[in-house]
Design a protein around this ligand. Structure first.
Ligand code: ASP
Ligand code: MG
Length: 407
């Protein structure tokens, strides 16, 4: 008998039939004697619909009122699931974030969880009920409704699991686990049985959108056993996200390949090679809330140098404008850019103990004639910026070169 938190995403509760299917699965676990806490998203598309509705009334709605509106989607699904469970003869009680008392700060639309009172939930579980909690929402200390940012139900699930010391937090979604890379790009991509938190963070932040990043950080910090599974398959162990790599197993060097299409590169040419230049270029860019990713400063010649960095493509025009505004002041010769870049990253804790990973990556790309324009590395990741038109090819050849298509 275990204490299990299960979180179901929007597609899993997208219509009454699917809600009944969730109820069946929950009832099965409950009948096996497990204590069940269920966290739900709104029906798929509902949060978008509510945001659009708000924007029809006001182009820039008050964040407090926006949260009042967009938190309602989850209130609908928790009530419906409890009804479905009751129909099957299973006792169930729903809770909004405020009713649990999921206390957050007051940063409306992107609030952070500060504390969760598990008392009501534990009491209901002891009385034999299934507890169903609205994801994505909380309440600040003044009693205002808050929401946790898009995809925030994952974080509710993990935070609740930590608060009530659940044995496992299971995230049910429309994929059956975490893959070595996007199967739409590489059909041979394989589902991973396990991945470490660190790797998952890199994969998630690099655009593999299975889990909200914050939920992974949370699970790592509070050592919540986290598993991603499909709600549309009866069987399957999904992917377990572990705190540490399994020392008994031969680690693969690379666990996965993440990529992001929407990158752009900006180069500031012929800037004086002197202290403070990086700050003068990137300071105004950061002030405008533009995220900068990879950065390269070249070796100087004749007292000047070139400085390149990448930004997300939607920020490209904004960043170019800012730089044109400060070009004279910095003393740069020209500003150039390329808005069709992509980033490919290989991720794996195994590279800590295996030299030669970078050279294998670079050789593989070179053999296909793919030019690497920028490189950045961390302990468990190597990223390269390349022309977007080679993205798919790069992911495919790297997937093969690192043996990811083989079990
Ligand atoms: N319903 C919210 C959203 O669509 C939260 C979630 O589903 O995780 O972002
Ligand atoms: Mg989601």
């Amino acid at each position: 008998m275990a204490l299990i938190v299960q979180k179901y995403g929007g597609t899993s509760v997208g219509n009454p039939e699917r809600i009944k299917n969730v109820a069946k699965r929950v009832a099965k676990f409950h009948a096996q004697g497990h204590k069940m806490v269920i966290v739900l998203s709104a029906m798929s598309g509902e949060t978008n619909r509510l945001i659009a509705l708000a924007k029809e009334i006001s182009p820039a709605p008050s964040p407090r009122e926006l949260d009042v509106v967009i938190s309602t989607g989850e209130q609908v699904t928790i009530g419906l699931l409890c009804m479905a469970l009751e129909e099957m003869g299973v006792k169930a009680r729903s809770y909004t974030g405020g009713q649990v008392r999921i206390l957050t700060d007051n940063a409306f639309t992107k609030a952070r969880i500060l504390d969760i009172d598990g008392a009501n939930i534990l009491r209901d579980l002891d009385a034999g009920s299934v507890v169903v909690v609205a994801g994505f929402q909380g309440v600040d200390d003044a009693g205002n409704i808050t929401t946790l940012g898009r995809g925030g139900s994952d974080t509710t699930g993990v935070a609740l699991a930590a608060a009530i010391k659940a044995d496992e937090c299971q995230i049910y979604t429309d994929v059956d686990g975490v893959y070595t890379t996007d199967p739409r790009v590489v059909p041979e991509a394989r589902k991973l049985d396990t991945i470490t938190f660190e790797e998952m963070l890199e994969m998630a932040s690099l655009g593999s959108k299975v889990l909200q990043i914050r939920s992974v950080e949370f699970a790592g910090k509070y050592k919540v056993k986290l598993r991603v599974l499909s709600s549309f398959q009866e069987e399957g162990e999904g992917t377990l996200i572990t705190v540490e790599e399994d020392k008994n197993m031969e680690q693969p060097i690379i666990s996965g390949i993440a990529f992001n299409r929407d990158e752009a590169k900006i180069t500031v040419l012929g800037v004086p090679d002197k202290p403070g230049i990086a700050y003068q270029i990137l300071g105004p860019v950061a002030d405008a809330n533009v995220d900068v990713d990879m950065i390269i400063q070249n070796v100087g010649h004749d007292g000047t140098t070139d400085f390149s960095f990448t930004v997300n493509r939607p920020d490209y025009e904004k960043a170019i404008k800012i730089l044109e505004g400060v070009q004279g002041h910095i003393g740069a010769r020209a500003i150039e850019g390329d808005r069709t870049m992509a980033k490919v990253s290989i991720v794996g804790v195994g590279m800590r103990s295996h030299p030669g990973v970078a050279s294998r990556m670079f050789r593989t790309l070179a053999e296909e004639g793919i030019n690497i324009q920028m490189i950045s590395t961390s302990e468990i990741k190597i990223s390269v910026a390349i022309d977007e038109k080679y993205l798919e090819l790069a992911v495919r050849v790297l997937h093969r070169a690192f043996g990811l298509d083989q079990a």
